[in-house]
Design a protein around this ligand. Structure first.
Ligand code: MOS
Length: 764
């Protein structure tokens, strides 16, 4: 643990908690299934995505990708490309102006978490198969694409590390795993494992996965002169993207504006810079025209990172009552040499079970592949596959019901840090889910249920995801027409950000929903962090909460300056927002409407702005979301085909702010998990390091026919340590899903599949 971290932890211990603050006015909108505010725009085509902005004089870029995994460009010939019709310019490493390395999270020049520091088109070195080697600008996209295919290149090929399996021999321990220790040990788990009466020791493999958002990555760059850049870029992090671009081009931060009002799905793949955006800006400046680069699906596979492959060992020892006497979870992931992101698969067991002894850690390998990145609950989704499959296996070994086994090992406090849980109702989630699913009717034995040629099985698994919060700024403006505008640079990628924050602000200020406007998706608005780590809802909520509290104070001081106001004698503690104004808590009929306070004061608006502090609460409490995933699977006896027949997801994620958007988030996560379990896999050709299936025809994500009805239930118990009592819920849905599928398949067939995806060949 770093010294800095230790100091912050010390400080956190002595500071009072920021308790969840109750909204004084009644919750009128929060907790209600309010329709998405952007729903109509999206279904009518009114919502504009990055590639769709009409910009005058637009020209188009297309990228040529390397076909080797490692080496040096020895010769590149652009003559034919430059002569093709409509070509404006061809950029290669020979004529591209120098740019600083992309710094996804402003870690200039350093290998960066979840992004890549390769200096694209500023180097003749090739680090992965698919690296951009040329960028062609033309008057149409088709002409640019054609000319890109005419770029002729020869390489001096070097031996590349293309195989993860082979790279494991050279694995190293990373200096940290997302700031946490790469290995934790308590007691002697190896000895405990050897002497145990019951044990499992299994090795699991998960393949690489690629991002397939419905909106492929795209940007349009427009310059004013040489020092002001506006870029429409599909981004999960408008402020971070703008900062990175300012850094790359040496611009003042305030001179870069990144706009992403709508994002067609991110899932981690749009959290950092992925070359197309800064190449787009570079080209636009060089050719003196606005440029668009819209990646094809194949282009996304070539230059946008996805999930690392993993190999994980889980060994658990238990006594005859099922108590875990040893817990070992260790293994490997892959990253590229220009990246530092050992995906945190070893995080789940750090917080899930009481363990008498443990070794929990991970190592990392370097491969010549595009940098791996954040993807759909990085760490927890692949980590829970291994851990929750192993626990299922142990339950058969012990002849204890798999839910009962988990409940017998529920910890009182965080098993590694010892911190109290801020909120943990996993027991309740299991009870709710089991009831809904009809778990009691499940026979204990495997291969015990058949239905016309199909073997039927039921499996469960625990899901978990941390509660993250980030420092966030928000501006709140109350106008003299009684409307409120909230501004923060955060992102809407389909999860309902604007809807929930509008519900929140309306309740907090006692306003009707239609009096509140939420503005976001623009880097020039007050700073919000990445829409990642399922952190955005509570991060923005706290900023809105603080900005609203400040607004109330300012309004009151205006009222106090005016003897005629019924609030002239009131203190901040005496009043509460309600009915579009401030009213006395003790005498709710006495108060004044916002518009009247402003009118008396002769003001057209009042504005407040705040920045929230660091999440010190997470240094003091173990803060997580939980899920109990219930799956019924059918496996065809002759073909080995797996169909998911039923699903119940029972979630413990604090207060549910909008049951409609929340349920949709949970379902979406479960569907992604079904893809992870059954169909998705990025296939690399080990000879060349090339991705062999870079299209939706060959990389299979679940379609409607693969997804059963998904039943969602939740505990809806407020977490006293989080804003609004809520947790982020973007990622918890996928966690535990692959294990629940594997466990149901085992129950159906008696075959334990330990390497994803669970394809029929593994069941024959
Ligand atoms: Mo998420 S993988 O933190 O966008």
């Amino acid at each position: 643990m770093s010294i800095m971290r230790r100091v912050i932890e010390r400080v956190a211990q002595v500071l009072p908690d920021r308790q969840q603050d109750e909204i004084h006015s009644a919750r009128r909108y929060l907790g209600q299934p309010v329709d998405r505010l952007d729903g109509v725009d999206k279904v009518t085509g009114g919502a504009r995505f990055s590639a769709e902005y009409p910009v005058e004089g637009l020209v188009y870029g297309a990228i040529a990708f390397s076909t080797i995994a490692k080496g040096v460009i020895s010769h590149i010939d652009t003559t034919a490309a430059a002569r093709a019709p409509g070509i404006i310019k061809v950029f290669t490493h020979l004529n591209t102006p120098a740019m600083k390395a992309p710094a996804p999270f402003s870690i200039g020049g350093e290998p960066s978490a979840g992004g890549s520091a390769v200096r694209i088109l500023n180097t003749d070195r090739i680090s992965w198969n698919g690296q951009p080697i040329a960028l062609v600008i033309a008057d149409t996209e088709e002409r640019a694409e054609h000319a890109a295919s005419l770029v002729a290149v020869t390489y001096t090929v070097e031996e590349a590390a293309t195989s993860f399996e082979r790279a494991i021999a050279h694995a190293v321990t990373p200096k940290d795993v997302l700031g946490e220790s790469p290995e934790l040990v308590k007691g002697d788990p190896d000895a405990a494992l050897r002497s145990a009466s019951h044990r499992v020791d299994l090795t699991f493999k998960t393949p690489p996965y690629n991002h397939n958002a419905i909106e492929p990555h795209a940007a349009i760059a427009v310059w004013e002169g040489n020092d002001r850049l506006t870029i429409f870029d599909t981004s999960q992090f408008t402020a971070g993207g703008a900062n990175s671009l300012a850094d790359i081009f040496g611009l003042k931060k305030e001179n870069v504006k990144l706009l992403a009002p709508f994002v067609g799905g991110g899932f981690g793949g749009k959290g950092t810079m992925w070359f197309y955006n800064h190449l787009c800006a570079m080209a636009a400046r060089e050719v003196g025209r606005p440029v668009r680069i819209a990646l094809s699906r194949k282009g996304v596979f070539r230059i946008v990172g996805g999930r690392t492959p993993s190999q994980q060992r889980v060994a658990i020892a238990a006594d005859s009552t099922g108590t875990f006497t040893a817990f070992i979870h260790e293994g490997f992931t892959a990253q590229s040499t220009d990246n530092h992101f050992p995906e945190q698969f070893s995080f789940p067991p750090r917080h899930l079970y009481a363990m008498q002894s443990y070794r929990i850690g991970q190592q990392v390998t370097n491969v010549n592949r595009v940098a791996n990145t954040f993807m759909r609950a990085p760490g927890e989704s692949i980590g829970t596959f291994a851990v929750e499959s192993a626990i299922d296996a142990l339950s058969y070994e012990l002849k204890i019901d798999p839910i009962e086994l988990r409940m017998r090992n529920e910890p009182e406090t965080d098993p590694v840090s010892g911190h109290p849980f801020s909120s943990r109702y996993l027991r309740e989630a299991y009870a709710m889910g089991a009831e809904r699913f009809g778990w009691r009717k499940r026979p204990a034995a495997v291969r015990a249920q058949r239905d016309r040629g199909w073997l039927i099985g039921q499996g469960v698994a625990t899901g978990t995801y941390p509660v993250y919060r980030m420092a966030t700024a928000a501006r709140l403006r109350l106008n003299d027409d009684g409307t409120v505008v909230i501004q923060t640079s955060c992102q809407e990628m389909g999860m309902g950000t604007a809807t929930v924050q509008t519900q929140h602000a309306a309740d907090r200020l006692g306003l009707p929903l239609d009096r509140v406007r939420f503005e976001y998706g623009d880097s020039s608005l007050p700073w919000a962090g990445v829409a990642g780590g399922s952190s955005q809802t509570i991060s923005v909520a706290l900023a809105v909460q603080d900005a609203a509290a400040k607004l109330v104070k300012e309004l009151l001081s205006l009222a106090r300056k005016n003897g005629g106001s019924p609030l002239a004698q009131a203190d901040a503690d005496d009043v509460q927002p309600a009915n579009s104004g401030l009213f006395l808590k003790a005498m709710p009929a006495i108060g004044e409407a916002y518009v009247d306070i402003l009118r008396r004061a002769g003001k057209t608006f009042v504005e407040t702005e705040v920045t929230t502090g660091m999440p010190l609460e997470s240094m003091k409490y173990s803060m997580h979301s939980y899920a109990a995933q219930f799956c019924e699977a059918a496996v065809h006896e002759e073909t080995g085909e797996v169909r998911i027949r039923r699903w119940v997801g029972a979630f413990d994620t604090g207060s549910i702010l909008n049951p409609k958007t929340a349920t949709s988030q949970f379902r979406g996560g479960i569907i992604m998990g079904i893809g992870m379990a059954l169909t998705e896999e990025t296939m690399f050709d080990d000879r060349t390091g090339r991705i062999m299936n870079p299209s939706l025809a060959e990389y299979h994500i679940p379609v409607q026919a693969d997804v059963p009805e998904i039943d969602i239930v939740y505990t809806d118990v407020a977490d006293p340590k989080t804003p609004l009592g809520a947790h982020g819920i973007g990622e918890i849905g996928i966690t535990g899903v692959a294990a629940a599928v594997a466990n149901a398949v085992y129950h159906a067939t008696g075959t334990r599949v330990t390497d994803l995806p669970i394809t029929l060949d593994k069941l024959l």
